[in-house]
Design a protein around this ligand. Structure first.
Ligand code: ADP
Ligand code: MG
Length: 269
């Protein structure tokens, strides 16, 4: 297998918003000891990654770049020296979906070029936070799924969410290469009372694993105040589980890069 020089990690949830993608991505980025680019594809639920990192989303961003060819801005997080945010940009909603269809021949190459550009900037890891209903971005969404090395499906453990993940799986699992990509499943806001084995969720993974992140009321309060939970000891339950998710992802990323986890060094910036 050809080794990439940068690993792209995507977080998706199908049509159900508010499952905690942005909260997970924003906090997870803080745990890396290398420079991480976090690409924010839009706002849903309560907050965006840009907001959680104190970065304005009112500037040219990823969607402007891919759909209109405008250069995206990369802003350093207010709270972590190693986290850089690419805001969504100004093209949103229906217009983004129309542009995605109109520019279908160039989108894939613009995504590839964007990721190579991040790599040239010294990033080894790019995290993509997608909004709920990202399917509306049609071809852009499919191209990202096709391009990203690791895809994390985030669900809440409710029956409705299982229907959502099944619908996502039916629509998109064929886009994913079983030989070169990884799909993990993350059950966020897990509660002990939900009991039972989650092993049946393995069927929604490809070369990957199932992770549980507990429901944590401190995380809920902190995120709603636009604070990053990893910065607060009170959110211990969430932070502990996030550490173990980080370890698993760091292991997958190092395997892609063909290096040991310890040798993911700070990028040259
Ligand atoms: N593990 C968790 N425990 C408790 N609340 C959480 C957890 N993860 C996320 N939340 C809360 O869920 C809500 C939606 O989160 P958000 O990250 O905006 O979801 P999404 O990006 O998937 O729409 C927020 O209020 C956030 O604080
Ligand atoms: Mg979100």
């Amino acid at each position: 297998m050809l080794r990439p020089r940068i690993v792209s990690v995507m977080f998706v949830s199908g049509s159900k918003g508010g499952v905690g993608k942005s909260t997970l991505v924003a906090n997870l980025a803080m745990l890396f000891d290398v420079d991480v680019a976090v690409v924010d594809l839009g706002v849903d639920g309560n907050m965006s990654v840009s907001m959680l990192h104190g970065v304005s989303s009112d500037c040219p961003g990823f969607l402007d770049h891919v759909l209109l060819g405008i250069e995206a801005r990369v802003e350093r997080s207010k709270y972590a020296g190693n986290v850089y945010i690419v805001p969504p940009g100004r093209v949103r909603g229906f217009r983004a979906s129309i542009l995605s269809l109109a520019n279908k021949d160039v989108i894939k190459s613009r995504i590839d070029r964007f990721i190579s550009w991040l790599c040239d900037q010294g990033f080894q890891v790019a995290l993509f936070d997608t909004p709920a209903n990202a399917e509306l971005l049609s071809l852009l969404y499919v191209s990202l799924l096709y391009t990203c090395d690791i895809i994390n499906i985030v669900v809440e453990p409710s029956p409705l969410c299982l229907e959502t993940v099944q619908a996502w799986w039916d629509s998109f699992s064929r886009t994913i290469s079983r030989t070169s990509q990884i799909v993990n499943l993350i059950v966020n806001k897990y509660m002990k009372s939900m009991n039972g084995s989650l092993s049946y969720l393995c069927k929604y993974t490809i070369n990957g694993t199932v992770h549980k992140i507990p429901f944590d009321s401190y995380t809920l309060v902190l995120s709603n105040r636009c604070e990053l939970a990893v910065r607060y000891r009170e959110a211990e339950k969430f932070n502990k589980a996030l550490q173990s998710l980080y370890k698993a992802l760091a292991h997958q990323i190092s395997s892609y890069l063909g290096i040991s986890r310890q040798s993911i060094r700070k990028g040259r910036r």
